[in-house]
Design a protein around this ligand. Structure first.
Ligand code: NAP
Ligand code: GCO
Length: 268
């Protein structure tokens, strides 16, 4: 039976990529509350500093590193520094991500590649950097932040859906290849969450009315009838980071207010 202890992250070191704010920050905050030591990265020192200030204000003694997750040398150097200064990474959350909303036939190949680089190549790079020490330690948890677009397409997000679909399969492949070393790799598939990434989809119209996409999400697609809050993801992330999920491997846990189950609000 899962006891309180099983959901504890006491004594664990968690690296959450791109966690100065948004979903990564909320997941890191939840893991800290469960006892984890938080390390995070962002591309710019100014964002790392802003993140550190937020963590401090929330009573979390986090450590921040400047690192572009698409740069393999920089990632390897960051992981080596963390292992030297803090310790072996027990929990990796591949959270850093970007989106470009452009009709496919108008999207440049370089723009497509940029999204794939951050949202798919980077989780490969960072996972590859942390797995050897997890093998030596005899345990590890990797959580990839997938998406509704790991399952669905929609207009203008061809690169993002391709990356997040690939990330779902990378999750399953890491689970398959490294499960024998007591490493569990799972995904979290958030629904539509209110963060800077989705702010353009919630921007009120010039006349003060709701953005049509905002209404689409809250009135047609989401049974919960609301946007998710980043904090809605913290509990599922703590579960997947804890020993309570040691026999869960290769799964994508959708935290979407019911979107995946719902055909959509019927007319009339
Ligand atoms: P966000 O507000 O845009 O934050 C993304 C974070 O990733 C930022 O801290 C950003 O840093 C960082 N980042 C981007 N590129 C990076 C790079 N090359 N190296 C290091 N850090 C990088 O996004 P979010 O909404 O919190 O989303 C976080 C994750 O959840 C993403 O993977 C996203 O695809 C996924 N997701 C979001 C939603 C949603 O509805 N919001 C739903 C499903 C999945 P900078 O600020 O310095 O760029
Ligand atoms: C979009 C949104 C979504 C969310 C998320 C949904 O433009 O459709 O940005 O992609 O970010 O991925 O799960």
């Amino acid at each position: 039976m899962a006891s309180e202890k099983n959901f504890s992250l006491q004594g664990k070191i968690a690296l959450v990529t791109g966690a100065s704010y948004g979903i990564g920050y909320a997941i890191a905050k939840g893991m800290a509350a469960a006892g984890a030591k938080i390390v995070f990265n962002d591309i710019k020192q100014e964002f790392v500093d802003k993140g550190l200030a937020s963590y401090k204000a929330d009573g979390i003694d986090a450590i921040g590193y400047v690192c572009d997750v698409t740069d393999e040398d920089a990632v390897n150097a960051m992981v080596a520094t963390i292992e030297k200064e803090v310790g072996v990474i027990d929990i990796l959350v591949n959270n850093a991500g970007i989106i470009k909303r452009i009709p496919m036939i108008e999207m440049k190949a370089s723009e497509f590649r940029q999204v794939i680089d951050v949202d798919l190549n980077a989780p490969f790079i960072v996972s590859k950097a942390v797995i050897p020490s997890m093998i030596k330690k005899g345990a590890g948890k990797i959580i990839n932040i997938c998406s509704m677009m790991s399952e669905f397409g929609r207009e203008t997000v061809s690169a993002y859906a391709s990356a997040k679909g690939g990330l779902k399969m990378l999750t399953r492949n890491i689970a398959s290849e490294y499960g024998q070393y007591n490493i569990q790799c799972n995904g979290i598939g958030p629904g539509y969450i209110a963060t800077p990434q989705t702010a353009p989809l919630r921007e009120p119209q010039a006349d003060g009315s709701k953005h049509p996409f905002d209404s689409f999400i809250t009135e047609t697609k989401t049974p919960a009838g609301r946007w998710g809050d980043p904090e809605d993801l913290a509990g599922p992330a703590v579960f997947l980071a804890s020993t309570a999920s040691d026999f869960v491997n290769g799964q994508i846990l959708y935290v979407d207010g019911g979107i995946q189950a719902y055909f959509g609000k019927q007319p009339g």
